[in-house]
Design a protein around this ligand. Structure first.
Ligand code: SF4
Length: 441
């Protein structure tokens, strides 16, 4: 059995864009200590799982993966296994104790310690680093980018909200913002190294605050878009209670900011939103939608929806469907409620909607969304839209895949274009998730 190279590492990344961005930071931290990325998992002497705890099935996936790693570790005694990210931070010491073959665990604020934890593991010392560091934004670490065209750029970490169902405040701690000048500098560096698009990341970007200039997210977005006019700029995720008219006017006023806002609503019922501790009502959410649509009629809106939250009635489920009909989101991330141990909802609310009913309601929400998405996507047929080509289509190299400024996926006959090009595409067909077309210039 080929031996594994102790200086090579392999990271399995689960979950959200923030975890993907963290994996790029971890690769840089390890690279700075002489470790190199392995071409494949089998040759790696160090295997890391960058884990997600957002829902039960995400945690189950980590559990299954760890069982496989247990077998590999039995075959390769020198293999170092680490679990990082949200699962150990959420489950804490019991997780560490329950997995003795895992050499170390590290929460999202502890990645600078990874090289020393690997060295200690090689000496037979298991470690867990789960401290919060509410200042940590990994300043001075140049992420090892996985893409070449579009990059994630965290502008803040953590979340000070306390939505009843959410683990993020526990897994990622208190909010802290990356200094504005550093965000501008890093965006410039991305542009200089050939990237065409950047997504500014945060669990709730709208509560961004630059400590030096006192500028909020609207100020940051304007500064970045003016400083790097050739870079296409996206951002996620917004919170409805914090999104401002000023921010929407900045998006409307800057040609290089994508006209797409991801605005999670979770439920269409004010009573359920109150139970979820979302800090806004259905009516307040719809007023924000009106404000956005008045300033930017062509903006694309997407959202997150949870079906079957604690005590949700059939009528309240219908309020979610009617809100979807009223807003007509381009697309949505849709889930049924899964209890997360230790959250406010777990401690205070009954998980009383039967799983079968949760699934049935979710199915109805999914079908409604698919119908709305198809209607909206079909509106683009016959139009010519600007697409940033990201890659060759998986099905045919004669076609490219990319996204419009409104975040719609487009597959098109490439003509003479390549990934990285901004292409004008005439749309000829649509499904509920993808537009099809041909390059026209
Ligand atoms: S704002 Fe988002 S990340 Fe923060 S607690 Fe609520 S759902 Fe979680």
């Amino acid at each position: 059995m080929a031996d594994r190279n102790p200086t090579l590492f392999f990271i399995h990344t689960f979950g959200c864009q923030m975890n993907q961005a963290d994996t790029e930071i971890v690769s840089s931290v390890l690279g700075a200590s002489g470790y190199e990325p392995a071409p494949d998992e089998d040759s790696a002497g160090i295997i890391l799982l960058n884990s997600c705890a957002v829902r039960e099935n995400a945690v189950d996936r980590i559990g299954n993966f760890l069982q496989q790693l247990k077998g590999r570790k039995r075959k390769h005694r020198s293999l170092v296994v680490g679990v990082i990210g949200c699962v150990p931070q959420f489950e804490k010491q019991p997780f560490f104790d329950a997995h003795p073959w895992v050499d170390f665990v590290a929460g999202p604020d502890n990645y600078r310690s990874l090289p020393s934890m690997i060295a200690n593991a090689r000496q037979g010392a298991r470690q867990s680093r789960l401290e919060y560091d509410h200042q940590e934004t990994y300043a001075g670490i140049d992420p090892v980018r996985t893409g070449k065209i579009s990059a994630f750029l965290p502008v803040m970490r953590g979340c000070n909200n306390s939505c009843a169902f959410c683990v993020v405040p526990v897994t990622r701690g208190r909010e802290r913002s990356v200094p504005l000048q550093r965000v501008v500098d890093e965006t410039r560096e991305l542009a200089d190294s050939g990237f065409r698009e950047v997504t500014l990341l945060g669990q709730n970007v709208n509560s961004y605050l630059d400590a030096v200039r006192g500028l909020d997210f609207a100020g940051l977005l304007e500064a970045v878009s003016r400083a790097v006019p050739g870079m296409r700029i996206r951002f996620t995720t917004s919170h409805p209670k914090d999104i401002s008219e000023e921010l929407v006017r900045v998006i409307a006023g800057m040609p290089n900011i994508c006209r797409h806002i991801h605005l999670p609503v979770q439920s269409g019922s004010t009573r359920i939103l109150q139970l979820m501790r979302r800090g806004h009502s259905r009516e307040a959410y719809l007023r924000k939608i009106d404000m956005i649509r008045t300033i930017m009629p062509d903006a694309a809106l997407t959202t997150d929806l949870i079906s079957g939250f604690c005590t949700e009635t059939d009528e309240e489920h219908r309020e979610t469907l009617s809100l979807m009909d009223e807003v007509r989101f381009d697309s949505s991330f849709m889930f049924y409620y899964s209890v997360r141990p230790g959250t406010w909802a777990d401690r205070n609310l009954p998980d009383d909607v039967p799983e079968g009913l949760k699934k049935a309601r979710l199915q109805e929400v999914i079908e409604r969304q698919q119908a709305i998405s198809l209607e909206r996507y079909l509106e683009d047929v016959g139009r010519t839209v600007e697409v940033l080509a990201e890659s060759e289509s998986r099905r045919a190299s004669s076609r490219l895949m990319g996204r419009t400024g409104t975040n719609r996926a487009v597959v098109f006959e490439r003509g003479g274009f390549n990934p990285g090009d901004l292409v004008r595409v005439r749309i000829t067909d649509a499904t509920s998730a993808t537009l099809a077309g041909e390059a026209v210039g």
